[in-house]
Ligand binder design. Structure first.
Ligand SMILES: [Mn+2]
Length: 357
Protein backbone atom coordinates (compact mmCIF):
# COMPACT_ATOMS: atom_id res chain seq x y z
CA UNK A 1 0.00 0.00 0.00
CA UNK A 2 1.31 3.42 -0.92
CA UNK A 3 0.88 5.16 2.40
CA UNK A 4 2.00 8.49 0.99
CA UNK A 5 -1.32 8.83 -0.79
CA UNK A 6 -3.18 8.80 2.52
CA UNK A 7 -2.33 12.34 3.47
CA UNK A 8 -1.76 15.48 1.47
CA UNK A 9 0.77 16.51 4.10
CA UNK A 10 3.25 13.78 3.26
CA UNK A 11 4.79 14.17 -0.19
CA UNK A 12 5.50 11.16 -2.37
CA UNK A 13 9.28 11.46 -2.09
CA UNK A 14 9.44 10.52 1.59
CA UNK A 15 10.14 6.87 2.24
CA UNK A 16 9.18 4.77 5.20
CA UNK A 17 11.61 2.54 7.07
CA UNK A 18 10.73 -1.03 7.93
CA UNK A 19 12.61 -0.77 11.24
CA UNK A 20 10.90 2.13 12.95
CA UNK A 21 8.02 4.54 12.65
CA UNK A 22 4.37 3.47 12.65
CA UNK A 23 1.08 3.86 10.74
CA UNK A 24 3.19 4.44 7.61
CA UNK A 25 3.84 8.02 8.68
CA UNK A 26 7.07 9.06 6.91
CA UNK A 27 8.42 11.42 9.58
CA UNK A 28 11.52 11.24 11.77
CA UNK A 29 11.38 11.14 15.58
CA UNK A 30 12.43 14.79 15.72
CA UNK A 31 9.53 15.79 13.45
CA UNK A 32 6.89 13.92 15.49
CA UNK A 33 4.89 15.27 18.43
CA UNK A 34 4.18 11.82 19.85
CA UNK A 35 6.87 9.18 20.42
CA UNK A 36 6.13 5.54 21.22
CA UNK A 37 8.59 3.35 23.12
CA UNK A 38 8.32 -0.35 22.22
CA UNK A 39 9.14 -2.77 25.06
CA UNK A 40 9.49 -6.38 23.83
CA UNK A 41 9.35 -7.99 27.27
CA UNK A 42 7.57 -11.08 28.64
CA UNK A 43 9.80 -12.63 31.28
CA UNK A 44 7.21 -13.58 33.90
CA UNK A 45 4.22 -14.45 31.73
CA UNK A 46 2.71 -17.53 33.26
CA UNK A 47 0.13 -18.92 30.86
CA UNK A 48 0.26 -17.71 27.25
CA UNK A 49 3.22 -16.34 25.35
CA UNK A 50 4.20 -14.00 22.55
CA UNK A 51 3.54 -10.65 24.29
CA UNK A 52 7.11 -9.57 23.43
CA UNK A 53 6.03 -9.67 19.76
CA UNK A 54 3.35 -7.03 20.45
CA UNK A 55 5.29 -4.04 19.07
CA UNK A 56 6.17 -5.95 15.89
CA UNK A 57 2.66 -7.19 15.01
CA UNK A 58 1.03 -3.86 15.89
CA UNK A 59 3.54 -2.05 13.72
CA UNK A 60 2.98 -4.49 10.83
CA UNK A 61 -0.81 -4.04 11.00
CA UNK A 62 -0.59 -0.28 11.48
CA UNK A 63 0.14 0.61 7.85
CA UNK A 64 -3.39 -0.44 6.88
CA UNK A 65 -5.12 2.18 9.00
CA UNK A 66 -6.51 5.22 7.22
CA UNK A 67 -4.93 8.23 8.80
CA UNK A 68 -8.02 10.45 8.78
CA UNK A 69 -10.23 9.54 11.74
CA UNK A 70 -13.84 10.59 12.26
CA UNK A 71 -13.19 11.47 15.91
CA UNK A 72 -9.65 12.82 15.99
CA UNK A 73 -9.65 14.12 12.39
CA UNK A 74 -6.14 15.14 11.28
CA UNK A 75 -4.41 14.75 14.65
CA UNK A 76 -1.86 12.48 12.94
CA UNK A 77 -0.43 15.48 11.09
CA UNK A 78 1.43 16.35 14.32
CA UNK A 79 3.39 13.16 13.74
CA UNK A 80 3.46 9.76 15.48
CA UNK A 81 6.74 7.86 15.71
CA UNK A 82 7.64 4.46 17.13
CA UNK A 83 11.26 3.90 18.09
CA UNK A 84 13.05 0.80 16.77
CA UNK A 85 12.48 -2.34 18.85
CA UNK A 86 15.56 -2.94 21.01
CA UNK A 87 17.15 -6.29 20.14
CA UNK A 88 19.07 -6.18 23.40
CA UNK A 89 15.89 -5.95 25.49
CA UNK A 90 14.19 -8.65 23.40
CA UNK A 91 17.18 -10.99 23.92
CA UNK A 92 17.22 -10.25 27.64
CA UNK A 93 13.51 -11.10 27.80
CA UNK A 94 14.16 -14.39 26.01
CA UNK A 95 17.06 -15.33 28.32
CA UNK A 96 15.38 -14.52 31.63
CA UNK A 97 12.06 -16.01 30.58
CA UNK A 98 13.84 -19.39 30.49
CA UNK A 99 14.91 -18.88 34.11
CA UNK A 100 11.42 -17.81 35.16
CA UNK A 101 9.92 -20.85 33.44
CA UNK A 102 12.36 -23.06 35.34
CA UNK A 103 11.24 -21.53 38.65
CA UNK A 104 7.57 -22.09 37.79
CA UNK A 105 8.32 -25.68 36.76
CA UNK A 106 10.24 -26.48 39.96
CA UNK A 107 7.49 -24.93 42.10
CA UNK A 108 4.79 -26.87 40.24
CA UNK A 109 6.72 -30.11 40.82
CA UNK A 110 7.03 -29.20 44.53
CA UNK A 111 10.77 -29.54 44.05
CA UNK A 112 13.03 -29.43 47.11
CA UNK A 113 15.73 -27.55 45.17
CA UNK A 114 15.07 -24.49 47.30
CA UNK A 115 18.49 -22.97 46.68
CA UNK A 116 18.09 -23.14 42.88
CA UNK A 117 14.62 -21.61 43.08
CA UNK A 118 15.91 -18.77 45.27
CA UNK A 119 18.88 -18.02 43.02
CA UNK A 120 16.86 -18.05 39.80
CA UNK A 121 14.07 -15.96 41.33
CA UNK A 122 16.60 -13.35 42.47
CA UNK A 123 18.10 -13.21 38.97
CA UNK A 124 14.68 -12.74 37.38
CA UNK A 125 13.85 -9.98 39.87
CA UNK A 126 17.14 -8.25 39.06
CA UNK A 127 16.42 -8.43 35.34
CA UNK A 128 12.98 -6.87 35.91
CA UNK A 129 14.54 -4.07 37.94
CA UNK A 130 16.99 -3.41 35.13
CA UNK A 131 14.15 -3.29 32.60
CA UNK A 132 12.15 -0.87 34.76
CA UNK A 133 15.20 1.39 35.15
CA UNK A 134 15.74 1.36 31.36
CA UNK A 135 12.07 2.16 30.63
CA UNK A 136 12.15 4.97 33.22
CA UNK A 137 15.21 6.59 31.58
CA UNK A 138 13.92 6.17 28.01
CA UNK A 139 10.57 7.67 29.05
CA UNK A 140 12.28 10.62 30.72
CA UNK A 141 14.27 11.31 27.56
CA UNK A 142 11.09 11.40 25.46
CA UNK A 143 9.26 13.63 27.96
CA UNK A 144 12.24 15.96 28.39
CA UNK A 145 12.35 16.41 24.61
CA UNK A 146 8.85 17.91 24.93
CA UNK A 147 7.14 14.95 23.26
CA UNK A 148 3.88 13.24 24.07
CA UNK A 149 4.50 9.70 25.28
CA UNK A 150 3.16 6.22 24.57
CA UNK A 151 4.49 2.72 25.24
CA UNK A 152 3.73 -0.58 23.55
CA UNK A 153 4.49 -3.77 25.49
CA UNK A 154 5.32 -6.45 26.13
CA UNK A 155 3.54 -7.95 29.06
CA UNK A 156 1.92 -5.66 31.60
CA UNK A 157 5.06 -5.35 33.73
CA UNK A 158 6.68 -3.31 30.92
CA UNK A 159 5.30 0.17 31.74
CA UNK A 160 6.20 0.44 35.47
CA UNK A 161 9.18 2.75 34.82
CA UNK A 162 7.16 4.78 32.32
CA UNK A 163 4.28 5.37 34.75
CA UNK A 164 6.78 6.50 37.39
CA UNK A 165 8.46 8.92 34.97
CA UNK A 166 5.15 10.40 33.77
CA UNK A 167 3.83 10.79 37.34
CA UNK A 168 7.07 12.49 38.37
CA UNK A 169 6.95 14.84 35.38
CA UNK A 170 3.47 16.01 36.37
CA UNK A 171 3.92 16.59 40.08
CA UNK A 172 3.60 19.58 42.36
CA UNK A 173 4.94 19.81 45.92
CA UNK A 174 6.27 16.24 45.72
CA UNK A 175 2.87 14.79 44.80
CA UNK A 176 1.81 13.63 41.37
CA UNK A 177 -1.26 15.16 39.74
CA UNK A 178 -1.77 12.12 37.51
CA UNK A 179 -4.59 9.58 37.76
CA UNK A 180 -4.40 6.21 36.02
CA UNK A 181 -7.24 4.84 33.94
CA UNK A 182 -6.50 1.11 33.99
CA UNK A 183 -8.44 -1.09 31.55
CA UNK A 184 -7.81 -4.79 32.17
CA UNK A 185 -9.44 -8.16 32.86
CA UNK A 186 -7.13 -8.50 35.85
CA UNK A 187 -6.70 -6.26 38.85
CA UNK A 188 -2.89 -6.79 38.72
CA UNK A 189 -2.62 -5.93 42.43
CA UNK A 190 -0.77 -9.03 43.65
CA UNK A 191 2.14 -8.30 45.94
CA UNK A 192 4.21 -10.86 44.01
CA UNK A 193 3.47 -13.74 41.67
CA UNK A 194 5.44 -17.01 41.89
CA UNK A 195 8.02 -15.01 43.88
CA UNK A 196 8.49 -12.52 41.05
CA UNK A 197 8.22 -9.00 42.40
CA UNK A 198 7.67 -7.27 39.05
CA UNK A 199 5.36 -9.62 37.21
CA UNK A 200 2.48 -8.62 34.95
CA UNK A 201 0.14 -9.60 37.80
CA UNK A 202 1.70 -7.04 40.18
CA UNK A 203 1.97 -3.94 38.01
CA UNK A 204 -0.71 -1.90 39.79
CA UNK A 205 0.46 -3.03 43.23
CA UNK A 206 3.92 -1.76 42.28
CA UNK A 207 2.53 1.44 40.72
CA UNK A 208 0.52 2.25 43.86
CA UNK A 209 3.48 1.49 46.13
CA UNK A 210 6.02 3.58 44.22
CA UNK A 211 7.73 6.51 45.96
CA UNK A 212 5.31 9.38 46.59
CA UNK A 213 6.42 11.71 43.78
CA UNK A 214 6.40 8.82 41.31
CA UNK A 215 3.01 7.29 42.05
CA UNK A 216 -0.36 8.46 40.76
CA UNK A 217 -2.82 10.18 43.07
CA UNK A 218 -5.59 7.85 41.91
CA UNK A 219 -6.06 4.48 40.22
CA UNK A 220 -9.36 3.87 38.43
CA UNK A 221 -9.85 0.32 37.14
CA UNK A 222 -12.36 -0.85 34.54
CA UNK A 223 -13.19 -4.30 33.10
CA UNK A 224 -11.79 -6.14 36.14
CA UNK A 225 -13.12 -9.70 36.36
CA UNK A 226 -10.21 -11.89 37.48
CA UNK A 227 -8.57 -11.34 40.88
CA UNK A 228 -7.86 -13.20 44.09
CA UNK A 229 -9.04 -12.36 47.61
CA UNK A 230 -5.68 -10.77 48.50
CA UNK A 231 -6.08 -8.40 45.56
CA UNK A 232 -9.69 -7.63 46.45
CA UNK A 233 -8.65 -6.79 50.02
CA UNK A 234 -5.81 -4.60 48.80
CA UNK A 235 -8.23 -2.63 46.60
CA UNK A 236 -10.67 -2.19 49.49
CA UNK A 237 -7.86 -1.02 51.80
CA UNK A 238 -6.87 1.89 49.55
CA UNK A 239 -8.93 5.05 49.31
CA UNK A 240 -6.90 6.05 46.24
CA UNK A 241 -8.15 3.07 44.22
CA UNK A 242 -11.60 2.91 42.61
CA UNK A 243 -12.44 -0.32 40.81
CA UNK A 244 -15.35 -0.76 38.42
CA UNK A 245 -15.61 -4.55 38.55
CA UNK A 246 -16.92 -6.02 35.31
CA UNK A 247 -19.95 -7.92 36.65
CA UNK A 248 -21.64 -5.06 38.58
CA UNK A 249 -20.82 -2.71 35.70
CA UNK A 250 -22.43 -5.10 33.20
CA UNK A 251 -25.45 -5.50 35.50
CA UNK A 252 -26.04 -1.75 35.30
CA UNK A 253 -25.80 -1.96 31.52
CA UNK A 254 -28.08 -5.00 31.29
CA UNK A 255 -30.70 -3.31 33.45
CA UNK A 256 -30.88 -0.56 30.87
CA UNK A 257 -28.52 2.10 32.18
CA UNK A 258 -26.66 3.79 29.34
CA UNK A 259 -22.97 3.31 28.72
CA UNK A 260 -22.71 7.10 28.68
CA UNK A 261 -23.90 7.20 32.28
CA UNK A 262 -21.47 4.45 33.36
CA UNK A 263 -18.53 5.93 31.42
CA UNK A 264 -19.26 9.34 33.02
CA UNK A 265 -19.00 7.74 36.47
CA UNK A 266 -15.63 6.24 35.53
CA UNK A 267 -14.30 9.56 34.24
CA UNK A 268 -15.59 11.53 37.22
CA UNK A 269 -13.24 9.50 39.45
CA UNK A 270 -10.21 10.79 37.53
CA UNK A 271 -8.24 14.03 37.99
CA UNK A 272 -7.58 16.34 35.03
CA UNK A 273 -4.33 14.63 34.05
CA UNK A 274 -4.83 11.03 33.00
CA UNK A 275 -2.42 8.25 32.09
CA UNK A 276 -4.12 5.29 30.37
CA UNK A 277 -2.75 1.80 31.06
CA UNK A 278 -4.54 -0.47 28.63
CA UNK A 279 -4.15 -4.24 28.89
CA UNK A 280 -5.73 -5.56 25.70
CA UNK A 281 -7.32 -8.42 27.68
CA UNK A 282 -9.67 -5.83 29.22
CA UNK A 283 -11.56 -6.27 25.94
CA UNK A 284 -13.80 -9.24 25.22
CA UNK A 285 -11.34 -12.03 24.18
CA UNK A 286 -12.89 -12.16 20.69
CA UNK A 287 -10.83 -9.00 20.07
CA UNK A 288 -7.58 -10.47 21.40
CA UNK A 289 -7.72 -14.28 21.06
CA UNK A 290 -3.92 -14.71 21.34
CA UNK A 291 -3.45 -12.69 24.53
CA UNK A 292 -1.74 -14.51 27.41
CA UNK A 293 -4.52 -14.69 29.99
CA UNK A 294 -7.92 -14.21 28.32
CA UNK A 295 -11.05 -14.03 30.50
CA UNK A 296 -14.70 -14.19 29.39
CA UNK A 297 -16.66 -10.95 29.67
CA UNK A 298 -14.98 -7.61 29.14
CA UNK A 299 -15.44 -4.49 27.09
CA UNK A 300 -16.28 -4.06 23.44
CA UNK A 301 -14.19 -1.89 21.14
CA UNK A 302 -17.17 0.47 20.81
CA UNK A 303 -17.41 0.93 24.58
CA UNK A 304 -13.72 1.77 24.83
CA UNK A 305 -13.85 4.22 21.90
CA UNK A 306 -16.90 5.87 23.48
CA UNK A 307 -15.08 6.15 26.80
CA UNK A 308 -12.02 7.79 25.20
CA UNK A 309 -14.22 10.30 23.37
CA UNK A 310 -16.08 11.18 26.57
CA UNK A 311 -12.78 11.50 28.45
CA UNK A 312 -11.57 14.02 25.88
CA UNK A 313 -14.90 15.90 25.92
CA UNK A 314 -14.64 16.18 29.71
CA UNK A 315 -11.56 18.36 29.28
CA UNK A 316 -9.13 15.79 30.65
CA UNK A 317 -5.60 15.65 29.32
CA UNK A 318 -3.95 12.34 28.39
CA UNK A 319 -0.38 12.73 29.68
CA UNK A 320 0.80 9.29 28.60
CA UNK A 321 -0.40 5.79 27.87
CA UNK A 322 0.60 2.19 27.40
CA UNK A 323 -0.92 -0.65 25.42
CA UNK A 324 0.21 -4.10 26.47
CA UNK A 325 -0.37 -7.87 26.22
CA UNK A 326 -1.11 -7.80 22.48
CA UNK A 327 0.36 -11.22 21.70
CA UNK A 328 1.02 -13.81 19.02
CA UNK A 329 0.45 -16.81 21.30
CA UNK A 330 2.44 -19.75 19.93
CA UNK A 331 2.34 -18.42 16.38
CA UNK A 332 4.86 -16.15 14.69
CA UNK A 333 2.13 -13.75 13.71
CA UNK A 334 -1.38 -13.12 14.92
CA UNK A 335 -2.87 -10.78 12.34
CA UNK A 336 -6.21 -10.17 14.03
CA UNK A 337 -4.60 -9.37 17.39
CA UNK A 338 -2.19 -7.01 15.65
CA UNK A 339 -5.02 -5.41 13.71
CA UNK A 340 -7.13 -4.71 16.82
CA UNK A 341 -4.02 -3.58 18.71
CA UNK A 342 -3.07 -1.14 15.97
CA UNK A 343 -6.56 0.38 15.96
CA UNK A 344 -6.56 0.76 19.74
CA UNK A 345 -3.12 2.33 19.56
CA UNK A 346 -4.23 4.75 16.85
CA UNK A 347 -7.12 6.00 19.00
CA UNK A 348 -4.81 6.39 22.01
CA UNK A 349 -2.37 8.40 19.87
CA UNK A 350 -5.07 10.55 18.31
CA UNK A 351 -6.73 11.44 21.60
CA UNK A 352 -3.34 12.14 23.22
CA UNK A 353 -2.62 14.71 20.53
CA UNK A 354 -6.12 16.21 20.63
CA UNK A 355 -6.26 16.53 24.42
CA UNK A 356 -2.86 18.26 24.54
CA UNK A 357 -3.70 21.00 22.00
MN1 LIG B 1 -2.78 -6.52 33.10
Amino acid sequence: MDTNTRSPKFDATTTISSDYGIFGIPLSEAECKLVILPVPWEVTTSYGKGASNGPRIIREASAQIDLFDIETKTAYEDGIFMKPVSNEIHQMSHDFKKEAQKVIQLKTEMSDETKTIETLTAQVNQASEKLTAWVYLETKKILDAGKLFGLVGGDHSSPLGAIQAVCEKHSAGGKSEVGILHIDAHSDTRQAYQGFLQSHASIMYNVMNSAEGKRPNKLVQLGIRDFCEEEYNFIQSRSDIKTFFDIPTKQRLLKGESWESIASDVISELPKKVYISFDIDGLDPQFCPSTGTPVVGGLSVDEVFFLFNLLAQSGRQIVGFDLNEVSTGDAETAEWDGNVGARMLYKLCGWSIVTNK
